[in-house]
Design a protein around this ligand. Structure first.
Ligand SMILES: NC(=O)C1=CN([C@@H]2O[C@H](COP(=O)(O)OP(=O)(O)OC[C@H]3O[C@@H](n4cnc5c(N)ncnc54)[C@H](O)[C@@H]3O)[C@@H](O)[C@H]2O)C=CC1
Ligand SMILES: O=C([O-])CC(=O)C(=O)O
Length: 329
């Protein structure tokens, strides 16, 4: 018997990431090669025409798994029956805009989207927030969806994870496949902490294999944490294909599970593990099994890592306090 199609709602569908993402979803890379999909695209009214153009191109690919495309400028309609929500559309930081202004502007997007998810999404809805500031946008959406289990709201740090894998592979001249158990902790921002102390390279400790604390502190961590800005500087536009790729990786693993003997990174609601205040949507080492993320427990956190994790988590606390003051959570 053929599987029922999965409804995938993508916001910001006419944007850069949307353009890199939709074709991969429709080709089966998000959920697997045997899962048909229906796309539900959400855009602001001015960008609906552009989304229609992308939909025409999707039609022209004749993807066997793509069973329909609907385009909306109303969040309530777009999230009706959604099984997966990819929240990509967000308000970018404009000139002279403070962090508080940015959070307020995004509250105007993620609050109604959370409400729409609460009102009409399918019972098994899984949400990935990509639009920045992703962790706190996810918190805003989640807090307006009280009937949806909190753990269904996640934010993307998989791009940071993938960036860290490649930087380490290049440093040690190994393949990506040789690296396991790398972790991004904290916020998807310049304070994030890519952790090599619990990572392994061909079974050996990655930090020891590098054996160069100066490289780790002055090169590796800032390169990974500021990669988004470096891409903007080089390309004149922010990461799009790599961000779409990471969104695919995140949802694929969430639905299909992570491989035995490894873990990945995702920002999920904290249960208090590793001293991260409960409820904050923070990046952790995670495995996925039976469609659920679990935080890897029992890792040793040395003093250096503790300081880095605490700094990023503190930034998340401040973002949460700001949106609380604004009445957004
Ligand atoms: N978490 C991560 O690792 C990454 C996050 N990002 C973030 O992803 C977001 C999207 O990036 P791009 O696609 O490059 O931006 P973009 O500006 O090309 O596209 C954003 C789209 O969202 C739409 N949009 C705005 N408000 C909306 C709303 N209320 N409902 C539906 N759609 C809405 C816009 O019309 C636009 O088409 C940005 O916030 C960016 O900072 C980008 C790269 C990595
Ligand atoms: O800074 C941005 O807008 C893009 C971003 O999040 C990234 O590339 O990590």
């Amino acid at each position: 018997m053929s599987k029922a199609p999965v409804n995938v709602t993508v916001t910001g569908a006419a944007g850069q990431i949307g353009y890199a993402l939709l074709f991969r979803i429709a080709s089966g890379q998000l959920l697997g090669a045997d899962t048909p999909v229906k796309l539900r695209l959400l855009e602001i009214p001015q960008a609906v025409k552009a989304a229609e153009g992308t939909a025409m191109e999707l039609d022209d690919c004749a993807f066997p798994l793509l069973q329909g495309i609907d385009i909306f400028d109303d969040a309530n309609k777009a999230f009706e029956g959604a099984n997966v929500g990819l929240l990509v559309g967000a308000r970018p930081r404009g000139p002279g805009m403070e962090r508080g202004d940015l959070l307020q502007a995004n509250g105007g997007i993620f609050k109604p989207q959370g409400e729409a998810i609460n009102a009409g999404a399918a019972d098994d809805i899984r949400v990935l927030v990509v639009g920045n500031p992703a962790n706190t946008n996810a918190l805003i959406a989640q807090s307006h969806a009280p009937d949806v289990p909190a753990e269904r709201f996640t934010a993307m740090t998989r791009l940071d994870h993938n960036r860290a894998l490649t930087q380490l592979a290049k440093k040690l001249d190994v393949s990506i496949n040789d690296i396991k158990k790398l972790t991004i902790w904290g916020n998807h921002s310049a304070t994030q902490y890519p952790d090599l102390f619990n990572a392994e390279v061909n079974g050996a400790n990655a930090a020891k294999a590098v054996g160069d604390q100066a490289w780790l502190e002055n090169d590796f961590i800032p390169t990974v944490a500021k990669r988004g800005a470096a891409i903007i500087e080089a390309r004149g536009a922010s990461s799009a294909a790599s961000a779409a790729n990471a969104a695919i990786d995140h949802v694929y693993d969430w639905v299909n599970g992570t491989p035995e003997g490894d873990w990945t990174s995702a920002a999920i609601p904290s249960d208090g593990s590793y001293g991260v205040p409960e409820g904050l949507i923070s990046s952790f080492p995670v495995t996925s099994k039976d469609g659920k993320w679990e935080i890897v427990q029992g890792l040793e956190i040395d003093e250096f890592s503790r300081g880095r994790i605490d700094a990023s988590v503190q930034e998340l606390v401040e973002e949460r306090d700001t949106v609380k003051k604004l009445g957004l959570v």
